[in-house]
Design a protein around this ligand. Structure first.
Ligand code: GLY
Length: 360
């Protein structure tokens, strides 16, 4: 599998390379970017254990002066303290304006490395090597970088585009199955918001609930279509002035569910799956789409082994109240992304709390 998807932007366009065993070619790919000699690879111990040596060897062989820095795995380390440890290493290594940080890991490593690269010396080069399905199809593309504040997720950050995204599907073999399914929630999202052919293809697969049941061709199709969807949306609206908000389909409810369950019960993709099913219900009640289409979406989510229901012990009133804290609330109005049909959504702030109440 070898394909290149361009992310076309007014400034700083770049490419997503999807390449089987591409990790061992990262050195050559980096050479072609016209960057300086110094590279700092940022990863976590687990991922580095699997893929660090291949990455370092390839970069060293290509003539780069390579170092690495590891941050413990997990969302709880996605904070300014971890960023400070990256700055300390950057200082010791005397990284320069043309030096490069490489993110080798999932969304947490990618977001933090991007933020450190955006801010060190007011911006140095940055390459994304995502290792989870979720970061391959979503977090690594589009330039959202940042860390959490104790009061909320991703409150500190910057839009900062990488020079290259390298996706090597082979690394998915070490991804836990639950994380694989969580990534599939974002893949299904692209089917609903943008690409009805992707949706149809997923629908016609007999099973989707683990990497083992996907043939290489389907996996390749999933990666290509998801990255293309994200690239097209980001190309049209890099800084989320309008269209890009559709990428948050399912996320309004998801954020409420995640925060009310203390980020412990669900991983992000699972909460997004629940959020998409609920958004589908709102759209149905609002007469935006048909029962058949809502059912198709819910069946596909269920087939992937993802949860579909808001937990019964979660108080609807608390959930409705929590939506007011969403980053995207404007003038007190909660913004929803709602489907009109498979492959097309609208953005609306006209869903009242009362209407929401009637959807439970
Ligand atoms: N994950 C949503 C976005 O990149 O805009």
């Amino acid at each position: 599998m070898q394909s290149i998807i361009p992310v076309k932007l007014p400034q700083n366009s770049y490419e997503i390379h999807i390449a089987t065993n591409g990790l061992s070619d990262i050195g050559k790919k980096a050479q072609s970017l016209n960057i300086g000699k110094k590279i700092l690879v940022i990863s976590n111990p687990e991922i580095f254990n699997f893929y660090g040596q291949t990455t370092l060897d390839s970069l060293t062989k290509a003539g780069f002066d390579v170092n690495y820095h590891l941050i413990p795995a997990g969302e709880s380390y996605k904070n300014l303290e971890s960023i400070r440890t990256i700055y300390d290493v950057a200082l010791n290594l005397r990284l320069e304006r043309n030096s490069t940080m490489v993110a080798l890991g999932g969304g947490v490593i990618g977001d933090m490395t991007g933020f450190a690269a955006a801010t060190w010396l007011r911006g140095i080069n940055f390459i994304q090597i995502p290792t989870s399905l979720l970061s391959m199809v979503d977090a690594s593309v589009g330039g959202k970088t940042g860390v959490n504040h104790p009061q909320g997720k991703n409150l500190i950050g910057a839009f900062y585009q990488p020079k290259l995204v390298l996706i090597d599907p082979v690394v998915l073999k070490t991804l836990p199955e639950r994380e694989f399914r969580a990534g599939m929630a974002e893949v299904i999202k692209y089917g609903v918001i943008w690409d009805n052919q992707l949706f149809d293809r997923l629908e016609s697969a007999s099973k989707l609930n683990s990497l083992d049941v996907l043939d290489t061709e389907l996996l390749s199709y999933i990666l290509q279509r998801s990255c293309s969807a994200k690239a097209e949306v980001v190309s049209q609206d890099e800084r989320e002035g309008g269209l890009r908000a559709i990428l948050n389909y399912g996320h309004t409810i998801a954020h409420g569910v995640e925060s009310l369950t203390n980020y412990e019960k669900y991983v992000h993709g699972e909460a997004v799956a629940i959020g998409m099913v609920f958004a589908g219900k709102i759209a149905l009640r609002a007469g935006l789409w048909t029962k058949t289409e809502a059912q198709r979406q819910d069946d596909l989510i269920a087939k992937t082994g993802l949860p579909t229901q808001i937990p019964l012990d979660l108080d609807p009133e608390k959930l409705i109240a929590s939506l007011q804290l969403d980053k995207k609330v404007k003038a007190g109005k909660v913004r929803f992304i709602l489907p009109e049909k498979i492959g097309k959504v609208i953005i609306t702030d006209e869903i009242t709390s009362e209407f929401l109440r009637s959807c439970f």
